[in-house]
Design a protein around this ligand. Structure first.
Ligand code: G6P
Length: 613
């Protein structure tokens, strides 16, 4: 799932690939593999487990060659095992692929290829891509064209590298949709490919970033960049800084910008290893949630601070709606001193990016003393909140550097959704059909996030229009009420503009008095069950001369007529809509702060991890 490294040049590819993958280890993975072209054929070594296991395989049965690709995988489709580890081969064995992303329509494609007689050798979605490429190669089409034709069949967002024994002078790479990370590193008579810069930094500082919808034909002497339609296009060579932290920022000005754009990938990784799309089931082994516990739970209390607490508010709607268990959300600094009612049938679920926030840890201690069941959703592996919990879900997003949290907000939204489905399943409150539908919807999330990112230029225009405002109010309702809180928090944290998030129905009980031409109202109004109610908020704000910025579902002509500005999001299953509605608000806050020339990654007075009370 997670890391890709490729090499073509005069040196032995194997150690370069192994070292490159090692540099990406911090992103997490459950299997690893590589494929190297040796004497005209492809040698593959791969297995479940860590890179040491792959290195041992290579030591036992060495593989040498000048062209190769490697991969660290986080399982999305099929368990971590040798047969499911990348790289994958097609029917002829001539082509190998390594892939990041989710092939949303893989079941259809597998049926189609199966009907043509293709026998699948793995449980992965990735294999359909290489089988398609093989299909076209066997019709006598060259690798680049075969790849292009195959890519047209794919739904979702992808980072792909392909290597064929029939054309040993090239590696084909592609970034389809906003999948994040495909970078080509240019050397002297050698070229590198990676999903992330750290993998190739020790070899070169000259890099080319593929944009969404671009392919790279990579040879020893450099790269040719093409569109997915086959047109060769000019590209820019970036000089990456020597400072490894700055280098990590890659093509982005700020970490926050990078992390916003990483969400397609972080959301893919969030699902990784947790979903069995064929059975329509969720697995969260580290949560230690048994059927007995699931049936015994009488109440869930979600406790957290800041952005994590907003994620918890969405979790309340999800767990109550899907699993029918009552949920309270409590700010950790309040919970810890209130003598909360917690017993052995209460689960206290702490959410924390850092896993080290003092108030959140204190709330967890309080739970321990009262004998409640303690769970956490944490990003930082090995942190205190992970260690002291009875069960946990790790966010799997990779490190978040920007103080204002972005990818560590959307990941727990998906974690909470999966948790709700698992809980409901174990409690027997979901029909097979409903459960399958909810699980199938998870595969859509990364690409939907990518569609939001594709609209960044429009968000930037809105940011330009709003950059000098002094106050701003955000209104949301139902599952998107927390989106209003989170949108406002993002704006105030990094742009220092006073912003308030409010449940939309409360507007008439106070904030309406503030509305005038100088205070924009950001209304989160996607097509969810609260849409009609939200719409009336827009009318009320407009009637008082307010400037309305709506977050709305693409194609909503009515909103387009009423609102002054619209931030469009793609149609999204409503229970997952907080993932898409927040992305334009993250970008809006980012661009406003950047336009104001502020220190986006380290805003004044704020810390990434607040380890004091
Ligand atoms: C700080 C950060 C926030 C973050 C909060 C909780 O206040 O500035 O962005 O949401 O802490 O952090 P945690 O690591 O527990 O998620």
């Amino acid at each position: 799932m997670c890391g890709i490294v490729g090499y073509i040049g005069p040196r032995d590819a194997t150690p370069i690939i192994l070292n490159g993958l090692k540099r990406l280890e911090y992103r997490g993975y459950d299997s690893a593999g590589l494929a190297v072209l040796t004497n005209g054929h492809l040698e593959i070594r791969r297995d479940a487990g860590k890179l040491d296991r792959l290195a041992a395989l290579v030591a036992e049965d060495p593989v040498e060659g000048h062209v190769g690709i490697g991969h660290t995988r986080w399982a999305t489709h099929g368990e971590p095992s040798a047969r499911n580890a990348h790289p994958h081969q097609g029917a002829t064995g001539a082509v190998v692929i390594a892939h990041n992303g989710i092939v949303e329509n893989y079941l259809e494609l597998r049926d189609e290829l199966g009907a043509e007689g293709v026998e699948f050798k793995s449980d992965t979605d990735t294999e359909v891509i290489v089988q398609l490429v093989d299909r076209y190669l066997s019709l006598g089409i060259g690798l680049v064209e075969a790849a292009r034709k195959s890519f047209r069949h794919l739904k979702g967002a992808h980072g792909i590298v392909l290597l064929s024994a029939t054309e040993p002078d090239k590696i084909v790479a592609a970034r389809i949709g906003n999948a994040g990370g495909v970078v080509v590193g240019l050397g002297e008579g050698e070229t590198f490919i990676a999903s992330d810069i750290p993998a190739i930094l020790e070899h070169t500082r000259q890099v080319v970033f593929l944009e969404s919808g671009q392919m790279a034909v990579v040879g020893r002497q450099g790269v040719e960049v093409q569109t997915l339609e086959g047109k060769t296009i000019p590209f820019e060579v970036h000089n990456v800084a020597w400072d490894p932290v700055a280098a990590e920022k890659g093509e982005y000005r700020h970490f926050m910008d990078k992390e916003i754009h990483e969400q397609v990938r972080s959301l893919t990784d969030t699902i990784a290893g947790r979903v069995d799309f064929e059975a329509g089931r969720v697995r969260l082994p580290q949560l230690n949630l048994t059927r007995d516990l699931a049936c015994r739970i009488q109440k869930v209390i979600i406790t957290a601070c800041g952005t994590a607490a907003h994620a918890g508010m969405v979790g309340k709607v999800l767990i109550e709606r899907i699993a029918r268990v009552p949920v309270e959300v409590d700010i950790a600094s309040e919970f810890r001193y209130r003598d909360p009612i917690v017993d052995e049938n209460t689960v206290v679920l702490a959410i924390s990016q850092s896993g080290e926030t003092a108030d959140t840890l204190a709330a967890m201690e309080e739970t321990r003393l009262k004998g409640g069941v303690l769970w956490s959703i944490v990003n930082a592996i090995g942190s205190q909140a992970m260690r002291i919990a009875d069960g946990y879900i790790s966010m799997q997003t990779g490190p978040e550097i920007g103080v204002a949290s972005t990818k560590a907000y959307t990941a727990p939204l998906v974690d909470l959704y999966m948790l709700a489905v698992l809980l409901a399943d174990l409690r027997g409150v979901l029909s097979d059909k409903e459960r399958r539908r909810l699980v199938a919807d998870l595969a859509l999330v990364p690409d939907l996030a990518g569609h939001c990112l594709d609209r960044e230029a429009e968000v930037e225009r809105v940011a330009f229009a709003l950059k000098d405002v002094k106050h701003c109010i955000y209104l949301g309702r139902g599952i998107n009420m927390p989106t209003a809180y989170e949108g406002a928090l993002k704006l105030k944290e990094i742009s220092y503009i006073h912003a308030e998030g409010y449940p939309a129905g409360e507007m008439k009980h106070g904030p309406i008095a503030l509305i005038d031409r100088d205070m924009p109202v950001v209304v989160i109004a996607p097509r969810d069950p609260w849409y009609e109610k939200m719409f009336s908020q827009i009318e009320q704000a407009k009637a008082r001369g307010g400037i309305v910025v709506a977050v709305a579902t693409e194609g909503d002509e009515t909103i387009a007529k009423f609102a002054d500005q619209v931030l469009w999001v793609p149609p999204t299953p409503w229970m997952l809509s907080p993932v898409t509605t927040v992305i334009p608000l993250q970008m809006l806050a980012y661009h406003i702060a950047a336009l104001r020339g502020l220190d986006v990654d380290q805003p004044r007075n704020l810390a990434k991890s607040v380890t004091v009370e």
